[in-house]
Design a protein around this ligand. Structure first.
Ligand code: NAG
Ligand code: NAG
Ligand code: NAG
Ligand code: NAG
Ligand code: NAG
Ligand code: NAG
Ligand code: NAG
Ligand code: NAG
Ligand code: NAG
Length: 462
């Protein structure tokens, strides 16, 4: 077993002494752009253009393009954000590939060393990302080993690799701890693709920006992942002005304090680093590290972020939104100052009346329909219980042997089928004691069918 280890060691070489450049702030003659990248002061290209050597960039011509590119040590810089205190660089990924010529695995373990610099791996923006079908990869740092294992065999993890998902099937991710300035990538050799190289030859490990990664199953079967990034992935670094001093202490030394713009602030409760960073105060934007670098934001030019439906007036650090005389502000909108608009009153009243009438109409229609339904149900039961036969019989002998009582009469007689009136309860119904008009005692049987029990209860109680 021979392990081919090509260690890609990337060092930012920085002299230990961090002193501020003699002539600070937005030097005349210093480039503010390299290729497609803006270089705000703090950073600078070449000698004496950066705030100190640690923020010095090189703007080098690159093979294959006419555009030069800025470099921080050996890392290509693709973006600098003053507001967030972040810089985007490209760093190597680690690879583990099956080598057909030797029948073994070949390794390329990437590392980065920022110790002594003003930069840290951003723990909020990056993740340790591992891609592979039989892979256990990790990064080691001064005090941590962080990694994860990834498998494609769904007997192992009951999952199949899916586009856009990185949760153990073909791809896994681990969080980057705070304050990491050094890491070395590794693969566990016990996990390798010697048996499955035909379908999945390579595995990868990259410490990279979470937002720019989107897993594709094609990363497992081909070299698409490596090719897409040309072997270098975007990583986000946080920076700080390194010092053991707090903002308040640093502010006392006028020659070394970096937040020199008026309307700038100093932040020293950094989670990632010991030191401070500068930012423009609320309502200002620009570069806090240069004189007058923080400019007032003209909020009135940006109606989308600072909405104002009235008269927008920009002030230093803020803006006001007012209404012309004769109108007043209500819920962020200008309303005419009339007490009550009488021309609109009839409309409102009219609309109210119409809706009330409509509601009443709908209710009436509904009630009538329900009554009809009930009537039909009652008739149905009347028939079901031999009511029609009885009715015919009674018609012929009306007044002699039978009398037909209405439902209302029976209800009155039994005190609305009161429980206290119950004489007995049988399988087919309940017998009530009733008292008709003229003090005539009767027994009233209230029938009950076994099946449509509830429907009939409903009928009887109405
Ligand atoms: C950039 O150019 C300088 C001067 O030619 C050279 O010393 C340095 O190594 C180059 N850096 C990179 C990353 O190519
Ligand atoms: C690959 O892993 C197996 C164990 O899974 C191990 O026996 C073998 O030696 C490894 N091969 C290489 C080339 O590292
Ligand atoms: C994932 O997307 C790639 C193209 O980006 C496609 O070739 C592949 O078939 C997709 N895989 C799945 C499982 O849909
Ligand atoms: C990731 O790629 C898939 C296609 O492979 C796409 O559907 C999805 O929207 C992408 N997700 C992100 C966050 O870009
Ligand atoms: C202020 O900072 C400068 C530059 O770092 C240093 O030379 C000087 O001694 C400091 N002054 C005080 C009073 O600490
Ligand atoms: C910043 O302060 C200086 C003096 O300290 C002043 O002349 C300048 O007008 C101020 N700039 C702004 C934008 O307030
Ligand atoms: C740092 O302090 C600023 C203001 O002093 C506050 O807004 C911010 O939430 C604090 N951040 C942390 C991480 O404590
Ligand atoms: C701007 O003014 C509004 C109200 O006038 C206030 O609530 C807000 O805090 C101010 N913003 C700043 C950055 O001063
Ligand atoms: C801002 O946008 C709102 C609509 O979103 C519009 O009513 C208003 O007139 C705009 N104000 C200015 C000053 O353009």
């Amino acid at each position: 077993m021979t392990k081919l280890l090509h260690s890609t060691c990337l060092l930012i070489c920085i002299s230990g002494v961090i002193g501020l450049a003699a002539a600070a702030a937005g030097h005349p003659g210093c480039k503010t752009r390299c290729g497609d990248v803006d270089i705000p002061f703090l950073f600078g290209i070449g000698d004496d253009c950066a705030i100190h050597k640690g923020f010095r960039l090189e703007c080098n011509a690159t093979k294959g393009t006419s555009n030069p590119k800025p470099f921080l040590g050996n890392f290509e810089v693709t973006k600098i954000s003053m507001e967030d205190g972040k810089v985007w660089v490209k760093a190597y990924m680690s690879t583990q590939c099956y080598d057909q010529s030797t029948g073994g695995m070949s390794y390329n373990d990437a590392s980065a060393n920022l110790i002594g610099s003003s930069f840290w791996l951003s723990y909020t923006d990056n993740k340790v990302t591992v891609i592979g079908c039989q892979t256990l990869a990790y990064m080691t740092t001064d005090s941590y080993v962080i990694g994860c294992s990834s498998a494609c065999d769904n007997k192992v993890n009951k999952l199949t690799p899916k586009n856009g998902s990185c949760s153990g099937a073909g791809c896994c991710q681990a969080n980057v701890p705070k304050s990491i300035q050094y890491y070395q990538g590794y693969f566990n050799e016990g996990y390798n693709t010697t048996k499955i190289w035909m379908s999945s030859p390579c595995s990868y490990m990259a410490v990279m920006e979470t937002a720019s990664f989107n897993f594709s199953t094609s990363y497992l079967t081909s070299s698409v992942f490596y090719d897409t990034y040309k072997g270098v992935v975007p990583v986000v670094y946080d920076w700080a002005i390194i010092t053991s001093k707090t903002c308040e202490e640093a502010r006392r030394n006028k020659t070394s304090y970096a937040c020199i713009s008026n309307n700038s602030q100093c932040i020293d409760n950094l989670t990632n680093a010991q030191g401070y960073r500068c930012k423009c105060s609320n309502g200002y934007e620009g570069n806090p590290y240069i004189k007058d670098g923080c400019k007032d934001i003209d909020e009135c030019l940006n109606n989308a972020t600072y909405p104002c439906k009235g008269i927008c007036t920009n002030t230093l650090g803020n803006f006001t939104c007012s209404c012309s005389p004769g109108s007043y502000m209500m819920n962020g909108d200008c309303m005419p100052k009339k007490k009550l608009r009488f021309d609109s009153v009839p409309v409102v009243v009219g609309a109210s009346i119409v809706s009330v009438v409509l509601v009443i109409t709908i209710m009436c229609v509904y009630l009538i329909k329900e009554r009809r339904k009930l009537q039909l149900i009652k008739q149905h039961y009347f028939r079901q219980h031999g009511g029609l036969l009885l009715f015919e019989e009674m018609k012929s002998q009306q007044g002699v042997a039978f009398k037909i009582f209405s439902h209302e009469e029976l209800q009155e007689a039994t005190n609305r089928f009161n429980e206290q009136q119950i004489l007995g309860q049988g399988g087919h119904g309940t017998v009530y004691k009733g008292l008709l008009k003229g003090n005539m005692e009767v027994a009233v049987k209230r029938c009950m069918t076994i099946n449509e029990h509830q429907k009939k209860e409903f009928v009887s109680s109405n």
